[in-house]
Design a protein around this ligand. Structure first.
Ligand code: INI
Length: 162
């Protein structure tokens, strides 16, 4: 039994329906491309699964995770996209400045969403090692792309319902 009454309170939540003309854009880093290209496929398949058409899915590539927030900011400013899905892979074992890259990227992505009002999804894998990154991006197993796509669609619907 729920602890609140939906009859008394107006409840808002997003659905997983894609509106016909909604355009989604993916910003994906080329660093660790063997991971990010799987995430791109996972998100694209996820968006299509929920009804997005291919013509409404665009892709922008940037060198590394550090460059994602600025590109996302430019894209948000165009007003063309209902959501921006940021994709990257930062692997601790591969860098001595893991924290620097992860913090700058995650804070930057969050800031773009808060400042623009455009749902901006953090789909950057931050892992201890290559194996964990592969586990979260493999098409056959736990590709996180589907989850990132669903999150974007839900936030777009939630924004409209509020
Ligand atoms: N960029 C990543 O996307 N992932 C990483 O693991 C990474 N490492 O290991 O350093 C990384 N570095 C590059 C960084 O994102 C910028 O492209 C670079 O600092 C230039 O601004």
């Amino acid at each position: 039994m729920s602890s609140y009454s939906e009859a008394e309170a107006q409840a808002y939540s997003g659905s997983l329906k894609v509106a016909e003309n909604d355009a989604y854009v993916l910003v994906a880093s080329r660093y660790n491309d063997f991971i990010t290209r799987e995430l791109i496929d996972g998100v694209t398949n996820g968006l299509k699964f929920y009804g997005a058409s291919e013509k409404n899915i665009e892709l922008v590539r940037v060198p590394g995770a550090m460059e994602i927030p600025l590109a996302a900011k430019w894209l948000a400013a165009t007003g063309r996209y209902c959501a921006i899905i940021c994709l990257g892979s930062v692997i601790r074992g591969a860098t001595t400045h893991y924290e620097v890259v992860v913090n700058a990227c995650s804070e930057g992505v969050a800031r773009v969403g808060l400042e623009s009002g455009v749902p901006t999804i953090f789909g950057v894998l931050t892992t201890e090692n290559i194996e964990q990154a592969i586990e979260r991006s493999e098409m056959t197993l736990g590709n996180k792309g589907h989850e990132f796509a669903a999150t974007a669609i839900e936030m777009v619907a939630l924004k409209r319902s509020i």
